[in-house]
Write a protein that binds this ligand. Structure first.
Ligand SMILES: CN(C)CCCNS(=O)(=O)c1cccc(Nc2nc(OCC3CCCCC3)c3[nH]cnc3n2)c1
Length: 278
């Protein structure tokens, strides 16, 4: 028996995500804190369950300092629940950080924003290359799905695990929230591709600076129109032109002209600002 539920003690329920319930737990043998993401598979068809298992196996292959680490999964037949054991990120998520800034009327400092940009590029590079043999399982890139560990390292959160679940109508109604980060090509009915992750990253970095997404609308049609137009206000004046320039590269409407992760990571402006950070 590699490890069962009785090897952990639940500390508290953190919340519910688009897939199920999230618990903060402690492993009895080493006293370390982990996260359980509990997914009920009761109502699932056989092939949906198979898809979920294959996605969990994909998760288990990914190991990177900027990706929330998957450790194990426990199948609890009695309640038809799959528990995914993941790394606990002490620093919480970026959406909480943005909300804190809004409440206190403060901004995140530029050095932190460059650090998030760089480490998220490294996370996406790992996703794109370590998983290139399969369809790119896009990570749901949004502030609520980017975490910080106790050392301030940036961690891209769990997978479009929800890809299986999102497709599954029974979960559809749990998909709440406006698709602020949807890319122009996806809006036009194109396939989600690596360049769409770059667009979402641009929206995330923009929002870290401005504390609001680059494109907003009172309804989905208006939002879609603004995204396709690709016009947005400059980030607050106290941030550098260099940072604005890199964001404008990430938010190029034509995905063929939008840079790849490699181009961003090797861009002289990024290299110079990251050198200042480390
Ligand atoms: C949506 N956010 C605004 C919620 C506020 C966030 N506060 S919080 O949840 O209590 C909190 C405070 C401090 C640290 C952490 N660490 C953490 N959280 C995860 O998921 C959060 C959870 C995801 C599903 C929806 C509910 C929130 C992790 N997943 C893998 N490792 C994780 N580490 C969480």
């Amino acid at each position: 028996k590699i490890g069962g539920l009785e090897d952990y003690e639940a500390i508290n329920i953190i919340g519910t995500g688009s897939f199920g319930t999230c618990y903060k737990v402690r492993k009895k043998s080493n006293g370390y804190v982990y996260v359980w993401k509990a997914v009920g598979y009761g109502g699932m068809s056989e092939e949906k369950k198979q898809l979920l298992v294959s996605e969990v196996n994909l998760l288990s292959e990914l190991r990177h300092p900027n990706i929330v680490q998957y450790y194990d999964h426990i199948i609890h037949k009695e309640t038809a629940t799959l528990y995914i054991v993941m790394e606990w990120c002490q620093g919480g998520d970026l959406s909480s950080l943005i909300n804190k800034c809004k409440k206190s009327g403060s901004y995140l400092d530029e050095g932190f924003v460059w650090k998030v940009l760089y480490q998220m590029c490294r996370a996406l590079q790992a996703c794109h290359w370590q998983l290139s043999k399969t369809t790119v399982l896009h990570r749901d890139i949004k502030p609520a799905n980017v975490f910080l560990d106790e050392a301030g390292n940036v961690k891209l959160g769990d997978f479009g695990l929800a890809r299986t679940l999102h497709e599954d109508a029974s979960y559809a109604q749990t998909i709440v929230g406006t698709p602020y980060y949807m890319s122009p090509e996806v809006i036009k009915g194109g396939k989600y591709n690596k360049k769409s992750d770059i667009w979402s990253l641009g929206c995330l970095i923009y929002e870290l600076c401005s504390l609001v997404p680059p494109f907003a609308g009172t309804n989905i049609k208006q939002l879609a129109m603004k995204i396709k137009e690709g016009k947005y206000p400059r980030i607050p004046a106290h941030y550098s032109d260099d940072l604005q320039k890199i964001i404008s590269l990430l938010l190029i409407v034509d995905h063929n002209l939008r840079p790849t992760i490699e181009v961003i990571l090797h861009h002289p402006t990024v290299v110079s600002h990251i050198a200042q950070e480390t």
